[in-house]
Design a protein around this ligand. Structure first.
Ligand code: SF4
Length: 204
């Protein structure tokens, strides 16, 4: 069988690695993580499809690469609880609460620069001093960057842990961005269906 030719977007896993490396040099680069949050939502709202997940997600490509090509995954079926709607939406709420907290912290630093802390928080628990990648940028800009870098690193760590023990792309099962885009796509599909039903009734 003829091998499918790779496209540029098949290499976005490099961008994922680059994101973390750049963040080590200067924390402000962590702001680029907003692209990974905004673009999937943009596609879901615009097309009603999970275009980002299916094509452009560097993180899922990275998990695929580590788990399948480098054979770091045990490839076991993930526990049913991770797949359950309750868990997925609970995790989404938790994730968004943590994201909102980092916005609140940023606002506090904006009001009082003395509260600025050069730390990242791993797994929403462990505070790790990260002073080497701060180069004197506006404190609130850097504070948000530390928060976003923490969130991106934490979700990648969770993704890697679940990749090792279960199937390579297990993170996608409970990824908050995936849950959000899926919800948007479902709402759009319901909306289209009700418009279709309405139009059909008009012709009855
Ligand atoms: S579910 Fe999350 S990690 Fe998986 S492809 Fe979508 S955005 Fe990427």
């Amino acid at each position: 069988m003829k091998k499918k030719k790779n496209s540029w977007y098949d290499y976005l896993w490099i961008a994922t690695i680059l994101y973390f490396i750049l963040g080590l040099f200067n924390v402000v680069f962590a702001w680029l993580g907003m692209i990974c949050m905004a673009v999937p939502l943009y596609f879901a709202i615009k097309d009603g499809k999970k275009t980002y997940c299916n094509k452009y997600c560097g993180r899922s490509q990275l998990m695929d690469l580590l788990g399948n090509r480098l054979k770091l995954s045990k490839r076991k079926e993930c526990p049913a609880v991770l797949k359950s709607t309750t868990f997925r939406y609970a995790f989404l709420i938790f994730f968004m609460t943590m994201f909102s907290m980092s916005i609140v912290t940023t606002y506090v630093v904006y009001k009082d620069a003395a509260t600025f802390r050069q730390v990242i928080t791993l797994l929403w628990t462990f505070k790790v001093p990260f002073t080497f990648n701060y180069h004197g940028t506006i404190p609130w800009v850097s504070q948000f960057a530390y928060g976003l870098y923490s969130l991106m690193l934490t979700s990648t760590i969770l993704g890697i842990i679940t990749m090792v023990f279960f199937k390579p792309r297990t993170w996608c099962v409970y990824c908050p961005i995936g849950t959000m885009t899926q919800g948007i796509c479902k709402l759009k599909a319901m909306n289209l269906k009700s418009e279709y039903d309405h139009d059909n009734k008009a012709f009855d």
